[in-house]
Design a protein around this ligand. Structure first.
Ligand code: NAD
Ligand code: MG
Length: 392
């Protein structure tokens, strides 16, 4: 029996994780659930999954949740704030942590889980983008297991040589890996007239053609910053340099990524665009369990197409390669500027095209510094947010 903490249980990934858990009550028990402020949904999840503890974002939300749970006759403990998130991510009662909080807010509890040697299921890519070396060091030092949930990285993991899994001392080329082909759907604006991109609405930007996701990652997919974050994520997870990570547009979202080998073999993982597949894979690895996802119907799909990304249409992708090249805190700075820009776009305060312009300006204004410890990462993150807000 695996005892699971789900950080961000009311989100898109959190709900899919609970769906997989509900199919396997013999394998998984929920230890803790967390949400920022959607108390009603969290209370309903507590009713169904009976966690030992539930964590929310504020004292007010905690009070509301506690009274709802007591009315339901549940004994679930209630806590709030970052320290409580870190506590449920590292508690001895839990074996496995789904890191599915969106954005920089997920970094501290994800790092706490890694330091405590947990099996960490990583959806929260921003945490790795911000603090790649620190998170990977923490995993290596504690003997934690890091499993990618992002569909592309989970696909790459599945296509990697078995000997390469885990933190490996040998380089990718010693394993015959030529490059990673990271697929991207291209999002909702792949074919839209580029001159009208400054007029796109929030509703248009979050209407992803293939995936149903949270609002922030949906906007990131529309700008392709999501793919940029994923390039950096792949670099840290698999130890592959930027020059060996190629983004390939694949609008059908059937091939979730590929690994190309020196002998000419290209291995791919295919499936329907449903996050329960990578979640079930990562939870059960090395076993396979039912995820509730139907197998793909290749005859119905009929065609798989591939093309190069257009960096004029998607400047955020180039910014991410630049940040990875610059190293140090540049990815954390870029990530913070992106979070501020996306929120401002969602709030109707800036236009769509201002997102990439704002990130570029923040990156130019704030040179990359060294990533020594988590405090220095948060300091750079805050400075980038302040500069981004001053530009807005
Ligand atoms: P979401 O917005 O649907 O859910 C986010 C969750 O985090 C919610 O439970 C929310 O309560 C919690 N949360 C938000 N702000 C918080 C804060 N400040 N402190 C604590 N908790 C907070 O997001 P999502 O789509 O589920 O994405 C979650 C993460 O997974 C993101 O990093 C995203 O990039 C990654 N991811 C998502 C998908 C997907 O299909 N949705 C795919 C790949 C990767
Ligand atoms: Mg992805």
């Amino acid at each position: 029996m695996q005892h699971v903490t789900i950080l961000g249980s009311t989100g898109s990934i959190g709900v899919s994780t609970l769906d997989v858990i509900a199919r396997h009550p013999d394998r998984y028990r929920v230890y803790a659930l967390t949400a920022q402020n959607r108390v009603e949904e969290l209370a309903a999840q507590c009713e169904q999954f009976r966690p030992s503890i539930a964590v929310v974002g504020s004292a007010e939300a905690a009070q509301k949740l506690e009274s709802m749970l007591r009315q339901q006759g549940l004994q679930t403990d209630v806590a709030y704030g970052t320290a409580a998130l870190c506590q449920v991510a590292s508690a001895p009662e839990c074996d496995c942590v789904m890191a599915a909080i969106v954005g920089a807010a997920g970094l501290a509890p994800t790092l706490a889980a890694a330091r405590a040697g947990k099996k960490v299921l990583l959806a929260n890519k921003e945490a790795l983008v911000m603090s790649g070396p620190l998170l990977m060091e923490a995993v290596a030092a504690s003997g934690a297991t890091l499993m990618p949930i992002d569909s592309e990285h989970n696909a790459i993991f599945q296509c990697m040589p078995a000997a390469y899994h885990g933190q490996d001392q040998r380089s990718p080329s010693q394993h015959g890996i030529e490059k990673i082909l990271l697929t991207a759907s291209g999002g909702p604006f792949l074919h839209r007239d580029i001159n009208t991109l400054d007029q796109v609405t929030c509703a248009e930007a979050i209407a992803h053609p293939k995936w149903v996701m949270g609002r922030k990652i949906s906007v990131d997919s529309a700008t392709m910053m999501n793919k940029g974050l994923e390039v950096i994520e792949a670099h840290w997870l698999f130890g592959v340099p930027a020059s060996q990570i190629e983004v390939v547009i694949h609008p059908q979202s059937v091939v979730h990524s590929m690994v190309s080998y020196v002998d000419g073999s290209v291995l791919a993982q295919l499936g329907n665009p449903d996050m329960r597949t990578p979640i079930a894979h990562a939870m059960a690895y090395p076993e396979r369990i039912d995820s509730g996802v139907a197998p793909i119907d290749l005859i119905k799909i009929a065609q798989l197409t591939f093309q190069h990304p257009d960096l004029v249409r998607f400047p955020c992708l180039k910014l991410a390669y630049d940040a990875l090249q610059a190293g140090g805190s540049a990815p954390a700075i870029m990530n913070a500027a992106n979070e501020i820009a996306v929120q401002a776009f969602l709030d109707g305060r800036i236009g769509f095209r201002v997102i990439d312009q704002l990130i570029a300006r923040v990156m130019a204004a704030l040179p990359s510094g060294p990533v020594m410890d988590i405090e220095s990462v948060f300091e750079q993150d805050q400075r980038a947010r302040d500069i981004a807000n001053s530009f807005i």
